[in-house]
Each structure stands twice: as structure tokens, then as C-alpha cells.
Design a protein around this ligand. Structure first.
Ligand code: PMP
Length: 365
């Protein structure tokens, strides 16, 4: 007995966890600064923690009211009708819902290269195929509508990520409009705003009033500090919002997650602090790292270090976990998440030290 042919499927490569690394190195996880998965260094909102605790005794019941409450609350925030909010287990879950709703077997999607690996994975799960457009280092990872359209060949879904993971580059709003207008009517443009809270650009959610071929992805994993409970959503145009009922996994967004997200949405202070810290840390990385970095709208910065694998291993041995971006096709770079002030300063000191040892010429004038 074998599963279907999965040879085209690749496993997702996550950033390494502190516990896993600590075990390998025989260290205490507390000694490690984990800056490999773009998590919120301030943790979740205390209100979300309280909501999780309060919800715990009721988890024998399927999540119904909490799901409805969260959907309504998000709809209110963006001025949408509730059916336009497709709540899901992380933005990853929303990507699956869009794949399920749009892809017929053999349909193609177009994704950024380098880029977030779950887009093509999800397409393949749904019997689709993926091709890519380049976001080029030679152009400092600039994102433009023309760059996407030059690779576009009528795909059913086109993904753009803004701010982009792992480069941090932002796709300006007028380029998103140009894309929505530049693709064929049957093509859905998915604007992945997983890191949008950290950027200056406004959300594209208001474009749903104007275009029927846009969906916007958001998550509570980053700025809201809820990666561990898996909650996110897609905002979609009214015209086809009712497809959700036909594609969603029953109760995938769980009670704890929905309650945590509801509480987090009301904690402006936690959100502001999270965003401010990330903005400060980005600047700190740009100013103090002895290696080239690229401007980032997210809670991370891409750095050119030479041999990424050697550098990531060496920083890890000194207690700082960064993301080797070889799996994104950038073997000369690492991506480093924004930490607290203390974590960020430590990361800079360690990375500079390691780079000077591994690649001494990097620090020469
Ligand atoms: N989109 C991008 C660009 C991401 O980097 C991530 C998480 N790494 C996601 C979506 C998915 O986030 P989640 O499923 O945690 O909401």
C-alpha cells in the first residue's frame, strides 16, 4: 500500500525551534535567542492568555459562537460583511481554502521565487501545479506588477507577499492595482499580508470593494503573537464569499484560538508595542550589522553573510538561532527576526563576531 505519487511534494522546512536546538547542543533552551521564525518576542497579549485560560474548561464543546464572534469582529474592523471573512487555522489554512475553492486538477498557480513555500505545497495538495516569477537580488528584491506579469501565463491564482518573506520588500499599492487589472478575469490575485502590521503601506482589504479577483491573507501569528494557536483568515470579495461554506474544514479554527484572537484584537497596546519593537530592531540591524542588509517592512531582516549554513550553525552554537535561507534559494543569506532590544543587540554582536571569523573580508572596509 502506498499513498498517491507525492514525488513532486516537498516537506515544509520550518525555522528551528529553541528546544530542538538546545537538545542538539546540550544547552538549556533558556540560553537560546530564537530569531528564526518571525515570532513575536513579546509573547501573546496578556488578554489573550487570560482568554485562553478562561476558555479551557469549555473545550468539550465545538467552537461555534466563538467562530461567529471572531468573524463578525474582523468584519467590523475592515468594514466587510461577515461572510467575506474566511477564518482559518493560520493563514496557511486560508491558503488551503483558496486552493480548494479555486483549483481544478492540473490548474496552475504563480508564486514568488524566493518565497513562502506553502503556496506551491497547498496547490499540489489540491492537484494543482506551480510556476514562479523572480524577485531578484540584482534588483534589491524590488517587487513590481511588471515583474509578476512578465512571468504570468494565465494561471488561476497569483500570489504576492507584502511585506515579502524572506526579503522584506513591499509591493506598493498602485502595483497591486496594476496586477489586479493586468491579470485575466479568471485569475485570483492573493495578497498575502502576514506581516502587514509592521509596514507603512495600507492593507489591500479595501480593494475588495473594487475588484472581484483579489483575496487578502492576514494572520494572528506575527504582530498578535498567537503563532502557537494557529489562527488567521482570508478576506474575500462579496461576490464569491459564500464558497467558504463549501470548502472549509469543520471547526478548524478552534475555540481557544478564536477566543485568543478576539482578546488580542482589543489589546491595542500589545500590538503597538510589538510593531514599535520590530521597527526599532529593523533599524538596529541595518545600522549595526557588518554585512549587507535589505530594507524590510516585516519583523525580520535579510542579511548577506556568505555561507549561510556555516554562519547559521556558528551563531547557533553561540546561542542565537537565525534562519538559513538556503531553502528559499538564497544560500548566501540568513533571515533574522526582530527580537526584544536585548535579543536584537545580542544577535548583532554574535552575528558580527561569527561573520568576522567565517568570512573575515566581510568586515574589511
Ligand atoms: N504567509 C507568509 C508570507 C508567512 O511567512 C507565513 C508564516 N511563516 C504565513 C503566511 C502563514 O502564517 P500562519 O499560518 O502562521 O498564519
Amino acid at each position: 500500500m502506498q499513498p498517491r505519487d507525492l514525488s513532486a511534494h516537498e516537506a515544509y522546512v520550518p525555522g528551528r525551534g529553541a528546544e530542538e536546538v538546545a537538545r542538539d547542543l546540550g544547552m538549556d533552551p533558556e540560553e537560546l535567542t530564537k530569531l528564526s521564525s518571525n515570532e513575536n518576542p513579546h509573547g501573546p497579549s496578556p488578554d489573550a492568555v487570560a482568554a485562553v485560560e478562561a476558555a479551557a474548561p469549555d473545550v468539550n464543546v465545538y467552537p461555534k459562537a466563538s467562530h461567529t464572534d471572531l468573524t463578525d469582529r474582523i468584519a467590523e474592523q475592515w468594514g466587510l460583511d461577515s461572510p467575506q471573512v474566511w477564518v482559518s487555522a493560520g493563514a496557511d489554512g486560508a491558503i488551503d481554502y483558496l486552493s480548494r475553492a479555486f483549483l481544478e486538477p492540473g490548474d496552475e498557480i504563480l508564486v514568488p521565487e524566493p518565497g513562502f513555500s506553502y503556496y506551491p505545497m497547498s496547490a499540489r495538495y489540491h492537484h494543482g501545479e506551480a510556476s514562479s516569477y523572480r524577485i531578484s537580488k540584482a534588483d534589491d528584491f524590488e517587487q513590481t506588477a511588471d515583474g509578476v506579469l512578465s512571468a504570468y501565463d494565465g494561471e488561476r491564482i497569483v500570489f504576492v507577499t507584502t511585506p515579502h518573506n524572506p526579503t522584506g520588500s513591499v509591493l506598493p499599492r498602485e502595483e497591486i492595482r496594476a496586477l489586479a487589472e493586468g491579470v485575466a478575469d479568471h485569475t485570483l490575485l492573493v495578497v498575502d499580508e502576514a506581516y502587514a502590521e509592521y509596514a507603512d503601506e495600507p492593507s489591500s482589504i479595501d480593494l475588495l470593494d473594487e475588484y472581484e479577483n483579489i483575496a487578502v491573507l492576514r494572520t494572528f501569528s506575527k504582530a498578535y503573537g498567537l503563532a502557537g494557536v494557529r489562527i488567521g483568515y482570508a478576506a474575500v470579495p462579496e461576490a464569491w464569499a459564500d464558497a467558504y461554506a463549501r470548502v472549509n474544514t469543520p471547526f478548524a479554527a478552534n475555540e481557544i484560538a478564536c477566543r485568543a484572537a478576539l482578546a488580542a484584537l482589543d489589546d491595542d497596546e500589545h500590538l503597538e508595542r510589538s510593531v514599535e519593537t520590530a521597527q526599532w530592531a529593523r533599524e538596529y540591524y541595518h545600522e549595526h550589522l557588518d554585512v549587507p542588509t535589505w530594507p524590510s517592512g516585516g519583523n525580520f531582516v535579510l542579511c548577506e553573510v556568505g555561507d549561510a549554513t556555516a554562519v547559521a550553525e556558528a551563531t547557533q552554537e553561540r546561542g542565537v538561532i537565525v534562519r538559513d535561507t538556503s531553502s528559499f534559494g538564497l544560500p548566501e543569506c540568513v533571515r533574522i527576526s526582530c527580537g526584544t532590544r536585548e535579543e536584537t543587540e545580542r544577535a548583532v554582536a554574535v552575528l558580527n563576531e561569527v561573520v568576522a571569523e567565517v568570512r573575515p573580508e566581510a568586515t574589511e572596509p
